[in-house]
Design a protein around this ligand. Structure first.
Ligand SMILES: *Cc1c(COP(=O)(O)O)cnc(C)c1O
Length: 482
């Protein structure tokens, strides 16, 4: 391979990358967590490059990995008020952290029943959660053979009632899940009350702080209002993502447990094959240490003061945009979001002619250069319906674009106010699969929203599978593969 080859290949990669929306600069209000500090990107890149050849599968061989992991666990537990009884692992992301917390709780529950770890026979354990809990817990139930038990939240506030959640707990409950905050509405569940009640019943409680774990500890005036982490006795495990507000590149999260026995429950170990003795702390076998090294470097570079400073910036930007949204007629923020994420619904107190449809608004704001995330309406088990919303996640760089963002939100709302929401189109998913995503996403989302709970997953699966199918997929700009 010549230098020319290197240049050409990397140029092509850069060209492919140009199809993406900008990951820096505050234009994408989900998925990316921009600190706005180029020096952090540099240190993360160099740290990751240093660990590219390492295999995190075996920390007894690559002892550097064990060192990084111990440091990250120690730092994270200190932030979350854990004492020496709190231990855990670095995982590849929030979903893996949640899956492992559920596996650990399943093994704990099976042991209580006098059954063996991983035992598939007998009654299935349950995981109790508000409807707002992250889908990672439904996925965990699906993968690990538990029954998900979903408790409705108040459609006006996005809040679950602690007593309602606790009354869903039975002898089959292996775990109760609460969030700090939940993703859809950004509200914090009544964690102290739930943990207290669950502890009395002898049931484990997981706090999903995947998105809030690196925000809430420094949020001005204590966003949570009351303790929500290991300071609460009944909390038995917490997940928190380094690759969100920890500002590490994607591929790093931490799951922590109160008690070493609980942590052991997430492991898989076997000597039942002719090869080397296997012990996997997480879901993966061979695992990259690049994200862990980058996360280590970023947390070292920031320290608690660095996080406090970035949170202060994020909080200021959130306050400014929130006030602007509160001033937009026809839209209203759902409930009382605790930190840097919120959902905006059509104002229920307005007549349709004065309402702004969130899907239409997302498209209108996108035409003005900012990407919001559309969340379809959701019918809960009790028949109540959570509204369709637009979701916004703010980061430190939001501060640098507040004026442009507020103008886009306002002008977008003015453009579509009173306009009827686009309805579902029966053959739309098929057309998207063959023709690619349209400019206007509202009809696609309305179509998905109108599908029943069985049809939608199949449609989504076909759609996403087609995107990466070498014989079907095409770039959004219509360019053919080389
Ligand atoms: C992001 C998120 C997760 C899942 O994390 P991934 O890193 O996307 O796998 C779980 N819970 C909450 C509240 C989240 O915001």
């Amino acid at each position: 391979m010549t230098d020319d080859d290197t240049t050409r290949i990397l140029a092509e990669l850069a060209q492919i990358r140009r199809a993406d929306p900008p990951t820096h600069g505050g234009r994408v209000l989900s998925y990316v967590y921009d600190h706005g500090r180029p020096e952090l990107d540099r240190i993360a890149a160099e740290a990751a490059a240093m660990f590219l050849p390492v295999n995190g599968l075996d920390p007894t061989t690559f002892s550097s990995v064990a060192r990084l992991e111990r440091d990250l666990v120690r730092f994270t537990r200190s932030v979350l008020h854990g004492d020496e009884d709190v231990v855990g692992s670095v995982t590849s992301g929030g979903t893996e952290s949640c899956l492992l917390a559920v596996k650990s709780a399943r093994e704990g529950w099976l042991a209580q029943q006098g059954r063996r770890a991983g035992d598939p026979g007998g009654p299935r354990p349950e995981v109790v959660m508000p409807t707002t809990a992250h889908p990672a817990f439904r996925k965990a139930a699906h993968y690990l053979g538990l029954v998900p038990v979903e408790v409705p939240v108040d459609p006006a506030t996005g809040m679950v009632d602690a007593d309602a959640l606790l009354s869903a707990v039975t002898a089959a409950t292996a775990l109760v899940v609460v969030s700090a905050p939940n993703y859809p509405f950004g509200t914090i569940d009544p964690i102290a009350r739930v943990a207290d009640g669950a502890a009395r019943l002898g049931v484990a409680v997981h706090v999903d702080a995947c998105i809030g774990g690196w925000l809430l500890p420094w949020w001005p005036e204590g966003a949570a209002g009351e303790p929500w982490d290991f300071a609460v006795d009944g909390v038995t495990s917490i997940s928190t993502d380094l690759h969100k507000y920890g500002y590490a590149p994607k591929g790093a999260s931490v799951v922590l447990y109160r008690g070493r026995q609980r942590h052991r429950g997430q492991y898989f170990a076997t000597t039942g094959w002719p090869g080397y003795p296997v012990v996997n702390p997480t879901m993966l076998g061979s695992r990259s240490a690049t994200a862990m090294a980058a996360a280590w470097a970023v947390t070292q570079a920031l320290g608690t003061q660095g996080y406090a400073d970035l949170v202060a910036q994020t909080a200021a930007a959130t306050g400014a945009v929130r006030r602007a949204i509160d001033g937009l007629s026809g839209l209203s923020v759902v409930g009382d979001p605790a930190a840097a994420l919120l959902a905006v619904a059509a104002d229920p107190d307005r007549a349709p002619a004065h309402q702004v449809d969130p899907f239409a608004w997302v498209d209108a704001v996108r035409r003005r250069g900012f990407l919001l995330q559309a969340q379809p309406a959701f019918a809960q088990g009790d028949g109540s319906v959570l509204p369709r919303t637009a979701h916004l996640t703010f980061t430190p760089v939001t501060e640098s674009v507040t004026r442009e963002l507020v103008a886009a939100l306002r002008d977008g709302a003015d453009e579509v106010r009173g306009r009827a929401a686009p309805g579902p189109q029966p053959d739309l998913v098929e057309r998207v699969i063959t023709g690619g995503l349209p400019e206007e996403m509202a009809p696609v989302l309305s179509t998905l929203e109108a599908m029943d709970g069985d049809a939608a997953p199949a449609a989504l699966t076909s759609l996403l599978a087609s995107v990466i199918d070498p014989d079907v997929g095409h770039d959004t700009d219509g360019a053919a593969d080389a």
